[in-house]
Design a protein around this ligand. Sequence first.
Ligand SMILES: *Cc1c(COP(=O)(O)O)cnc(C)c1O
Length: 681
Amino acid sequence: MPKANTPFCLVLTGTGTDVGKTVATATLLRCLLDRKRTAMAVKIVQTGINAQDEGKSCASDSYYYHLASAEAPFATATTLHTFPLAASPHLAAKRVGQSLSCRMLAQEIKDFVLAHAHYDVLLFETAGGLHVPLSEQEDWLTLLPMLDFPVVLCAANCLGTLNHTQLSLDALERSGCEVLGLILSATHPAPDETEAIIRNNNLSLLKNRQSRLTLCSLPYTQLSAERMADLAQNLLPLAEVILAQKAYRPKADLLERDRASLWHPYSSVNACPPLSVVRTAYANRLVLEDGRELIDGMSSWWCAVHGYRHPHLESALTRQLARLPHVMFGGLTHAGAISLGERLKSHLPSALSRVFLADSGSVAVEVAMKMALQYQYGIGEKQRTRFLTPLGGYHGDTMGAMSVCDPVNGMHQLFTSCLAQQIFLPRPACRFDQPFAEQSLDAARQIFAQKGQEIAAVILEPIVQGAGGMWFYHPDYLNGLAELCHACGALLIFDEIATGFGHTGKFFALEWTRICPDILCLGKALTGGTLTMAATLCTEQVASGICANGQVFMHGPTFMGNPLACAVANASLDLLEQGSWQQQVQDIEQVMRRELAPCAGLANVRDVRVLGDIGVVETKGPVETDRLYGFFVDHGVWIRPFNNLVYLMPPYISPLEDIETLCRAIYAALAETGTGAEPRA
Ligand SMILES: *Cc1c(COP(=O)(O)O)cnc(C)c1O
């Protein structure tokens, strides 16, 4: 086995208490030691033991680890937490006025692994079965995915074993844990022939059903130092698997392999952008391949509003997966899509009565534009073929969407010959937080007067221009624009793909205005950041215009109404409808206002603005993105600045101290390069 700088870590857990887990751990330890490996067994939480008896009393698990490894010249056993009360960890900790949390335990275990980098193998033993609580809210199934170590499941070989084993394996699989093997132990002598038959049958059935797993069994033994060597022979197949694992787990080359084959967003294959490999994520944390954790400030491009791997979203997804992952939407329908359509409507002005489910934001925008064109055609306004949109907008990367993006950001010069030529308005100048200036609408009035009859629709992002500049503008601009559209016969399209589902402090940004658009695009946070899905809604007037004279609406993506995406979108709405997002967004807004304010004092900063969970620091010139990406990852936060914008849009469930950390990282990053930065109070 090549010596790597991280030990191979394994968790041993059980189908319940008293299933032979400790004997199995001690025996596996012995087996590895006999194969000349440096190995240690670690009891994560030991209950029912006074600290001074730890390792000495036969009631403590580490006693057996010592017994199994008496002559090893290095430490082979330890316990991280010991509590006197013989009960589940959360009760035992509570009795002595303490509490455990998975985040704390995960950190402690990671630190332990770093401090024992010279070991070949570390075996971590849990306490009891998978759903044994570690705190009021968390159990081992919360902790194991955070650790992301492979697991060996231990079960007592007796009546009921198949049921408990299968249920535990199912739960481990659903939690994303990699199960390496199974150890079946005889925890007492077989009393009669029936018991012997049951035990043999358990073994042969499991061998067949779980052929992917390495299955070992341990006979009943009175454990003693003398018997250990013999007993250890039973676990040789498992030890072989463990020792082989390290050899074929070369993850360090992931970056090289990525660079040899993949594109990343907006990147060149010649100049490799900085890249980090993410192994897993939970709540507002991204876990990198090397074990580092980053506080997420981006919600994965504004989608993951409930954080990562929210249990409610995960269970909706797994339940749907078991029924119907996908079916075509042409001629077929399903309950998930129907509920989703109804529920989206229930959060929007009642005039928006038709829902078209699309597979990404850009497609939703294409659908909206085609709806507007087909509507104008349908009502006989065939000359209305152009779109009017403000500069600084962003609507996606497909050809139609690109034609209404800001011409500079959308790189129109590259595509001039094939992009539809749309009409552009100046960026809405009036700030969200200042009195509305009527002249902000002058340009629009002028264009409507000159070209009003060519305009099929106005398309724009209400209140917040997102990827085109993170700009917040006044609701009255939208109120005025709606009147102009109405008077001229142009439709109004709101692209709420970025602003929807709470980011601006309202469920939808249109709630800041007194208007209802004719067409509305939703996307991004629609599925809580789990799957790609978007929706385009329109009024009955638009729908009947499109469908006049026996026409049909000409769009139908292959994955339209995907049942998995519908299920997780419905689950995300469940969470939003519980309503805690409102307070969370308000609290985040308050912390960002306070903590980003000092950035305004930096010499290179032009503006600081905050609305809902969107916090923006605009610099005077473009930021050195590559240096900042590195700075942020080194400081344990995930923030992706672009152009002259360093911004946050964190998951709503983020702890407020993490919001502070994110804001302070931005200050530190900008102060480091800024000239004449005022010292922070
Ligand atoms: C992200 C975004 C889109 C495009 O959505 P994709 O899912 O990336 O295609 C469109 N409009 C707005 C406002 C967006 O923020």
